[in-house]
Design a binder for this molecule. Structure first.
Ligand SMILES: [Zn+2]
Length: 241
């Protein structure tokens, strides 16, 4: 049996090597061939990702319009968002191409960053930014849920998709300015009574740009539980003015 298994394993390795010769894994941004050390992005594209560390001030800037700016205690983001750069390709791949492995991989990276810098700051549950049920059905998945699952793998913090729901199927925000985004998101989330059981939660998003979505979520959460402390996990963060 073990001989048969060893033979199967050898054949599997050979098949994979042959398949790789025919269809090598390519960098999602520049399409150059990848090495096993750098999945999804090649070495030079990975070097173009700009790392962000814990940014308390950025967190405050993002939620400055909310009723209680002390609600958000930390933001844990991995990369600075820049147009036409590898980070934009990475976010596009995550959002529209159902690259499950990529979502989990960068979620784990976020989790590792949190674990290395958490500074006695516990989190009870991870709450992915929800998409409307119809959008989730059309797209087949929610990219923030994939990231949350990756974070959970590294940190052991459970994911809850029941606490927060998207009740308004808002139009896509890409072409909207800051004020339009705020108006677009107001009243579009509902929060379950389960939130009363928690003191510290984390919202997980793929990219935070104007902060309109995060603000709308914070306000909805605060209406149900005024003592909540929130951390924001985001793969990318746009520079705040
Ligand atoms: Zn590349």
């Amino acid at each position: 049996m073990s001989r048969l298994y060893a033979l199967f394993r050898q054949l599997n390795i050979l098949f994979k090597a042959f398949f790789h010769l025919l269809y090598p894994d390519l960098c999602i941004h520049c399409k150059r061939e990848l090495t096993s050390k750098h999945p999804y992005l090649c070495y030079s594209c990975t070097m173009r990702l700009k790392l962000i560390k814990w940014q308390k001030q950025a967190a405050y800037n993002i939620v400055y319009q909310s009723l209680n700016p002390n609600l958000v205690i930390y933001i844990c983001a991995l990369y600075k968002f820049e147009e036409s750069e590898p980070i934009q390709t990475l976010l596009h791949e995550l959002k529209y191409r159902f690259n499950r492995g990529l979502g989990l991989h960068y979620g784990k990276e976020l989790g590792a960053q949190y674990s290395s810098e958490k500074r006695n700051h516990p989190i009870e549950i991870l709450v992915p930014v929800p998409v409307h049920a119809r959008k989730k059905f059309d797209r087949g998945y929610n990219q923030s849920e994939l990231l949350a699952k990756g974070i959970s793998t590294t940190t052991g913090i459970p994911v809850s998709t029941k606490v927060l729901k998207k009740i308004k199927n808002t139009k896509t925000q890409t072409q909207l300015n800051k004020t339009e985004r705020l108006l677009n998101t107001i009243g579009s989330f509902s929060v379950s009574e389960e939130i009363m059981n928690y003191k510290t939660i984390a919202i997980v998003d793929d990219v935070v740009t104007t902060g309109a979505t995060i603000n709308a979520i914070c306000q909805a959460l605060m209406q149900k539980n005024n003592n909540l402390q929130i951390t924001i996990f985001s793969l990318a963060l746009a520079q705040q003015e």
